[in-house]
Write a protein that binds this ligand. Sequence first.
Ligand code: NAD
Length: 465
Amino acid sequence: MSYDVIIIGAGPGGYVAALKSAKLGFKTAVVEKDRVGGTCLNRGCIPTKAMVHATELYREMQNAKEYGIFAENISYDYGKILEYKQDIIDKLVGGVEQLFKSNGIDYLKGLGMLEKDGSVTVSGGEGAGNYQAKHVILAVGSKPALVPIPGLDSEGVLTSDELFQLQEVPKSLSIIGGGVIGVEFASIFASLGTKVTILEALPSILANMDKDISQNLKLILKKRGIDIHTSVKVEKVEKEAEGVSCFYTEKDEPVKVTSQYVLCAVGRVPNTQGLFGEGVELEMERGRVVVDEHFKTSMDNVYAIGDLIKGLQLAHLASAQGICLLEELAGHKRSIDLNVVPGCVYTSPEIASVGITEAIAKEQGLEINVGKFMMSGNGKSMISKEERGFIKILSDSKSHAVVGVQMMCARATDMIGEFGNAVANGFTVEQLLKAMRAHPTYNEGVGEALEDVFGEAVHSMPKKK
Ligand code: NAD
């Protein structure tokens, strides 16, 4: 059988690429060894956000008396929470399979292997066989990374793939790594009553984010009972009678924390196991496939996108790369600016950012103006008691174009969309201020932060001259 495009991997990179490919008129097949949807639908973005939703609701119900609402015996059934999560996953997975069918895409079940002659061999599933293609796209994603800490293979040490497979809520959980996965899982399980400890090697959690965000989040999580240790070195992990112990060094002192489980959340590595047939030697760098600016690998007609290549490992980036690659294969221009990538963290309050931070502007010697609005002055935030947070907007001091935005507030992950648009299109502060913002909304905070870029926020105290 021969295709125009074969895509290996049906995660958010691969399945979106397959749909775009079919819509552009290419005869398309997609190979997948597990369920379609990849990490995002089955083990990552979607399940964690379902868990965030359920556990936040539980936390909110416990605080309902602040709104004059009283309920007794508020409790949860973890099995039912897991069922609710699984139901969402199943619906979305079914939806993708349906889209494959209705768009005429061949879904080849099995493990896909790229052969030296550019063909793809599928094995171990209903799609078994060897297939020819004009273009092969590798979109196999990533899996949790394990660092060489002695004892990390001990019983009770889990990755993010395994934690939701537990049928009970851990009584205590130590998390190695205070990145995005670390803080999201810490939030979820702390809401359910788990005693959570974060052990982060760098001086701050969410170290790649704006300093104000990491500092504020640390305070908020600590207030919720999460124990956070930064600048620590985990020396070893050991299974002991009372649980699993992490032995670490903090300020040169040896310390130990023992918990029922340990989550290792120290990053993700490409999922290339079994992907390359005999004699296939693609150029790789630090375990990732090297591609040029058109996603071409070192092998003719073979492309790679998503977590497999250098850059941010985010579902929406992988999808956007897939769309742009197919557009170029069809001879069209790219429709998306792949340099403007919004980043979101689903804690409470939510965190979102796009473009550069103040630290990067300083590093690059860029002259910027900064506008900031504290959400404690926003009516909608007061109503929902989510006043703790801010919106920060950076604009180029000459052109006034918005170059970066960081938000830590309710609905931040939705509100960042306006600024993805602004940064991608070079909109200026003045252009964004042209649009009236509805009252009362969280979005009014955006207007205030924009006005503050030039020190003209209407609802602010007069600045001292
Ligand atoms: P990450 O890179 O965000 O964070 C890993 C953290 O582990 C870093 O802070 C690092 O300093 C720390 N670390 C590394 N080795 C350590 C050690 N030995 N001891 C202590 N700390 C150590 O990676 P992640 O949180 O595992 O997430 C993986 C990828 O998945 C990321 O690219 C992330 O953006 C993505 N992801 C995104 C979302 C989202 O968009 N909401 C959610 C989950 C995951």
